[in-house]
Design a protein around this ligand. Structure first.
Ligand SMILES: Nc1nc2c(c(=O)[nH]1)N(C=O)[C@@H](CNc1ccc(C(=O)N[C@@H](CCC(=O)O)C(=O)O)cc1)CN2
Ligand SMILES: Nc1ncnc2c1ncn2[C@@H]1O[C@H](COP(=O)(O)OP(=O)(O)OP(=O)(O)O)[C@@H](O)[C@H]1O
Length: 224
């Protein structure tokens, strides 16, 4: 029953990731670079005093109010903050009050697209993967706007996340591309994440110092 050792597979030149052909050596190097950058950026984030993170969260929330107007009728995939991410929960409450439908991401199956469940203040929550709070019930819904927390973000708005590949898989699974708004701390900006074929760029970036980059649907590029 033992496998023959010593012989090589017929094709070692490439591997498939989600249907994309990638060079395994390049993929390994990029994965290593991203792990190191995550580590560096987590440490930087942890060093920020809580009051400063709260202030940046308010700045981003106000920018979101201006960007997404009117809120009424929008279906928005937000997030429950973990690991010193910016806290948009007060904004989510406000948006809910203004008639937006707020959804939260749920890892239903590992290594698969996220699903989004409806959230409202005081709804029943439970703990999902990584202990992230998720709505305890609700059928999957498709957002028309996704607000995505970044660990890092590059000049072309490719996102460095927590390393599960979840947002990329999720965006690739949608029939039409939602408006994807990345949010993060100003120091999350990096030159490049060395985008791989599965990486999907964000539409707009909102930073904790109020800077907005990228494209706003229905408008020209901000700041240009
Ligand atoms: N607030 C918040 N919610 C979120 C996300 C997020 O980035 N922020 N996600 C954004 O995607 C999803 C959860 N993302 C996850 C990403 C990785 C792992 C995970 O198991 N990581 C491994 C290490 C991964 C690796 O480095 O290969 C682990 O910690 O063991 C779990 C959840 C959905 N909810
Ligand atoms: N569309 C996809 N199909 C299959 N695998 C994917 C896809 N997108 C990403 N992956 C896999 O997920 C792994 C992690 O990806 P990546 O480093 O881009 O994560 P991330 O965007 O930082 O994480 P997250 O979105 O969860 O915060 C990659 O090594 C890749 O193999």
């Amino acid at each position: 029953m033992s496998e023959e050792s010593g012989g090589s597979e017929p094709c070692f030149a490439h591997q498939l990731v989600g249907g994309h052909v990638v060079d395994p050596e390049a993929a390994r190097d990029v994965a290593q670079f991203r792990r190191a950058e995550r580590k560096r950026l987590y440490a930087e984030r942890r060093a920020v005093p809580q009051a400063e993170t709260a202030r940046m969260s308010d700045v981003v929330s106000e920018a979101l109010d201006r960007l997404i107007a009117p809120l009424q009728g929008r279906v928005i995939g937000a997030y429950w903050p973990i690991r010193s991410e910016l806290n948009l929960i007060p904004w989510m409450k406000r948006a809910h009050g203004a008639g937006a439908r707020i959804l939260l991401p749920v890892v239903e199956t590992e290594r698969a697209p996220l699903i989004f469940r409806h959230w409202e203040p005081h709804c029943r929550m439970e703990r999902g993967i990584w202990n992230i709070p998720i709505p305890a019930e609700g059928d999957p819904e498709i957002p028309d706007i996704v607000i995505s927390p970044v660990v890092g973000i590059d000049e072309d708005l490719f996102r460095l996340g927590n390393g599960g590949g979840y947002y990329d898989r999720t965006l690739a699974s949608f029939e039409s591309m939602p408006w994807v708004i990345a949010v993060g701390q100003p120091f999350a900006q990096m030159k490049t994440i060395f985008p791989m074929p599965w990486d999907i760029p964000m539409t707009t970036l909102v930073l904790g110092d109020g800077a907005i980059r990228g494209r706003v649907p229905g408008e020209g590029a901000p700041g240009l």
